[in-house]
Design a protein around this ligand. Structure first.
Ligand code: B3K
Ligand code: ZN
Length: 879
């Protein structure tokens, strides 16, 4: 809980640890009331430490200390100093063995950090600083140790006892207890430690690595979920193969285990050899999981597996380097998904999410560089900036160095740093050195926050056939960084002729044309490129494939955007041109509504939209992307003063108009995209279902009985969750008995499946209806809801917080409701509370009335006894 003024930790204060821990031997005796932890550490002074006689300071929180022994001698209480966060021993030798016994209460752990209970089983979450909630330790990632762990528990209740590495001993003890000892030969930081104990069933398989080693694969779940693990297992094997083929990286232990737990703060955790997953990112069966769930499960299984090299074998020196493992591993999982599915769709989804969330973070009070210079609570920095912008930064190396050059850099990175805790500077140096490049300017992507803007101007000289592009870059001020220096920005550019074909590109001083896409390296505030030998004025296609995480502006006319949307050879830019056009049209409608004018959809837009809708050559999944209107959040970001009601009215109007004008086409699409046969998760079928459900949601905007019946009959007939939920989502848009009927049927059918009920909660909480808040309050009384389970909180309270018209209701009711939930959660689970309070950070972007109400709620929260997590976000938002 809150200290007088929470400490800020700075990167510039980094010092190597005073001690290293060569060996860590742990024994956990799990009990129904408390757990006893015995730890035996072999320590020695770090030769690289700055102060040779420093005391030993161990981290520890909420621990009941029972005894301390040094080299076999019991220490008296006066020989150590204990406070709320540490245990200090002065005058220790240069090398010694320390034995500590302490007690903890996992049953009372509602923060879900360290050791806790979930559905009657024990599990752990140590990243970032949870290990210190179990025993005293030097809990920082640059202290890497070899762990041997004995888990002792009652055999009947906890038949399965797991920890990292390989099992080396097991046996039966008195009183119905048994134990298993695990040894992990790979030195690792404490944040990668894991322990699981419970009554779990196991799906077993095996994998032969490229070099011919056999690895046992085991997925552990509660017994009733054993029929929902096949997809996760298949995904794991796919990811293992991909990492061998793409990066030459093999798995390095004899066993790889994954455990699913119901109570988990985030998605999943890459503990060495023993990944722990939120059950929503592991369990899937066609009737319980949607295509999107299947895709996310595959991606997250891959992500955690990929961490074995990028994160575990090579880890972070300190938490400021978090993106070293997260940005890189997200890039790796994005590449994996793109390569095993339809790449364009993955890229569009990733960029859509980056723009709608990371660009927003980068423009608000919590803006921070990919490598933050300071933090109060590290858990607040597992952000879209560190993860998703971090992944874009890694992608830019690949864009600049090419696929082979990037691989050379990766190989050198592992050659130099395997088994070590390093920094993003080390990663950059490996990329630069492996390719003989000077990438020093690239460093600024790690140091400067904010989304750079690239403004493009062009000039055409018909007489000489020269076309000049002038690129200017700038970056808005962010907290603590008023001025920015120019970035090294790779801008991929193509030029289209009047038929929409790519033109061969020849830059001034080049002898002949080569290729149709060039990566321009923008390094100055302003730079020019001259293309020669062109026979007509081209239309530029800029930042192809989203080659850099920037905002690009070029004065396209609406006709030009429609042209690019129809012809650009770069599939991502085709989508992006359509998105820009739709954004412009919707902003026009918003202005109409605000001014009290009758909104009207421009004919040009309707024609372009219809052309996409009826284009037989477009793949279904890509078509669905192109027909989705920009989100309300994205539109909000484009406005000086956000008007949630006008945005919603304009978007609803556009949906209705597009549905009404093109009703026959939508119906045609709907009927021709039915997927026959048994459900399979494959990109083609999933694309068809996505497009068909999109058609249904447009048609739902037409209201009326026929559409209600169409959705209701899909709901009744669906044999998979994607179609069932698609129909239910469409019904949520239409008033009528069918909606409540379907909600009730769904609930009755799934009342005992918490993950499916989450979807039911989320649908109702995100409905943009006047009675939504009342509904959410009523749902909180449902026996299936519990404020102690993060998944329930995210699906009900989180979905409401993300509902723009619900949260931003002009009377302030949404603000007061979420504020009250944050207050409750703050005391129970600070990490979850911090995630819920994030919606308040952008209060300055709203009208005076909403500003005042959001600010009042933030000030009220600031006056409470806040956790460090919530305090940091609240105080930075008010600054
Ligand atoms: N490394 C974990 C995230 C830990 C979050 C701690 N608050 C999962 C991941 O990114 O793979
Ligand atoms: Zn990760």
């Amino acid at each position: 809980m809150k200290e007088a003024s929470p400490r800020t930790i700075y990167l510039k204060d980094y010092r190597p640890p005073a001690f290293l821990i060569e060996r860590t031997e742990l024994r956990f005796a799990l009990g129904e009331d408390s757990t006893q932890v015995e730890s035996r550490l072999r320590l020695r002074r770090n030769p690289a430490a700055a102060t040779p006689a420093a005391p030993l300071v161990l981290d520890g929180e909420d621990l009941e200390l029972l005894s301390v022994r040094l080299d076999g001698r019991d220490l008296a209480p006066g020989e150590w100093v204990q406070d709320a966060e540490s245990l200090t021993l002065a005058n220790v030798p240069d090398a010694f063995v320390l034995e500590i016994v302490n007690r903890i209460k996992p049953q009372e752990n509602t923060r879900l950090e360290g050791l806790y209970k979930s559905s009657g089983n024990f599990c752990t979450q140590c990243e970032a600083e949870g290990f210190r909630c179990m025993t005293y330790y030097i809990d920082r990632p640059d202290v890497m140790s070899v762990f041997t762990t004995t888990v002792v528990g009652e055999q009947a209740r906890y038949p399965v006892l797991l920890s990292n590495g390989n099992p080396v001993e097991k046996g039966v003890l008195d009183d119905g207890q048994h134990f298993v000892t695990w040894h992990d030969p790979h030195p690792k930081p404490s944040y990668l430690f894991a322990l699981v104990a419970g009554n779990l069933s196991c799906l077993e398989d095996s994998y032969k690595t490229a070099s011919g080693r056999e690895v046992a694969l085991r997925i552990y779940v509660e017994p009733h979920n054993i029929d929902k693990c096949d997809h996760a297992m298949a995904s794991l094997k796919k990811a293992m193969r991909w990492d061998e083929q793409r990066f030459g990286l093999e798995y390095d232990l004899d066993i790889f285990m994954i455990v699913a737990v119901d109570d988990f703060n985030m998605g999943a955790m890459e503990n060495k050899g023993l990944n722990v997953f939120n059950s929503k990112l592991l369990l899937a069966r066609p009737d319980t999981a949607t295509d999107l769930d299947y895709e996310r499960i595959e991606g997250v299984i891959a992500h955690e597996y990929f961490h074995n090299w990028t994160g575990n074998r090579v880890t972070c020196r300190d938490w400021f380097q978090l993106s070293l493992k997260e940005g890189l591993t997200v890039f790796r999982d994005q590449s994996f998904t793109a390569e095993v599915t339809a790449g364009t769709v993955k890229r569009i989804d990733d960029v859509r999410m980056l723009r709608s969330r990371q660009f927003v973070e980068d423009a608000g009070p919590m803006a921070h560089p990919v490598r933050p210079p300071s933090y109060m609570e590290i858990n607040n920095f597992y952000t879209v900036t560190v993860y998703e912008k971090g992944a874009e930064v890694v992608r830019m190396y690949e864009t600049l160095l090419g696929r082979e050059g990037f691989r050379r850099g990766m190989d050198l990175y592992f050659e130099r740093h395997d088994g070590h805790a390093v920094t993003t500077d080390d990663f950059l140096a490996a990329m630069a050195d492996a390719n003989g490049e000077d990438l020093s300017q690239f460093q600024r992507w790690y140091e400067q926050a904010g989304t750079p803007r690239v403004t493009v101007e062009d000039a055409w000289d018909a007489a000489s056939g020269r076309y000049t592009l002038t690129l200017r870059q700038s970056c808005p001020a962010t907290p603590g960084q008023p001025e920015k220096r120019p970035f090294l920005i790779p801008v991929a550019v193509g030029l289209l002729d009047a038929q929409g074909r790519d033109m061969p590109l020849r830059l001034a001083a080049e002898a002949q044309a080569a290729g149709t896409t060039r990566v321009l390296r923008l390094t100055e505030a302003e730079q020019q490129w001259v293309f020669e030998g062109l026979v007509e004025r081209p239309l530029p296609s800029l930042n192809r494939g989203f080659s850099a995480p920037v905002r690009v502006s070029y004065p396209y006319t609406e006709t030009q955007l429609a042209f690019l949307a129809a012809h650009d050879a770069d599939a991502f830019n085709r989508w992006d041109a359509g998105e820009q056009l739709a954004t412009r049209v919707l902003l026009g409608l918003i202005a109409d509504i605000q001014a009290g004018r009758e909104p009207a959809l421009p004919e040009r837009f309707l024609t372009a939209f219809a052309a996409v809708l009826t284009d037989a050559g477009l793949e279904a999944a890509v078509k669905a992307e192109m027909l989705m209107l920009p989100s309300e959040n994205w539109l909000a970001e484009q406005m000086d003063v956000i008007d949630p009601d006008a945005i919603h009215a304009a978007r609803s109007y556009a949906r209705r108009a597009l549905a009404g004008e093109l009703e026959a086409q939508w119906l045609g699409l709907y009927h021709t995209h039915e997927v026959s046969g048994e459900y399979r998760f494959d990109p083609r079928d999933a694309g068809r279902r996505r497009l068909r459900n999109l058609a249904l949601s447009y048609l739902a905007a037409l209201d009326g009985k026929p559409m209600r019946q169409l959705a209701a009959s899909q709901f009744e007939q669906a044999d998979n969750m994607t179609d069932s939920l698609g129909a239910l989502a469409a019904l949520m848009l239409i008033d009528g008995a069918e909606r409540e009927q379907a909600l009730a049927t769904f609930y009755d059918h799934w009342r005992n499946d918490p993950l499916v009920l989450d979807k039911w909660f989320a649908l109702q909480a995100s409905a943009q209806r006047p009675d939504t808040l009342a509904r959410v309050e009523q749902l909180m009384q449902n026996p299936a809801f519990s404020i102690r389970t993060p998944n329930r909180v995210y699906s009900l309270i989180g979905a409401f917080a993300g509902n723009p018209t619900g949260f931003h209701a002009a009377d302030g009711s949404g603000y007061r409701f979420i504020g009250a939930q944050v207050e409750t959660l703050n005391a129970l689970n600070p990490q979850v509370a911090a995630r819920m309070v994030g919606v308040f950070t952008r209060w300055r972007r709203y009208d005076a009335g909403r500003q005042a109400q959001m600010r009042a709620e933030l000030e009220r929260l600031q006056g409470l006894d806040l956790s460090r997590d919530v305090y940091e976000i609240v105080s930075k938002s008010l600054q």
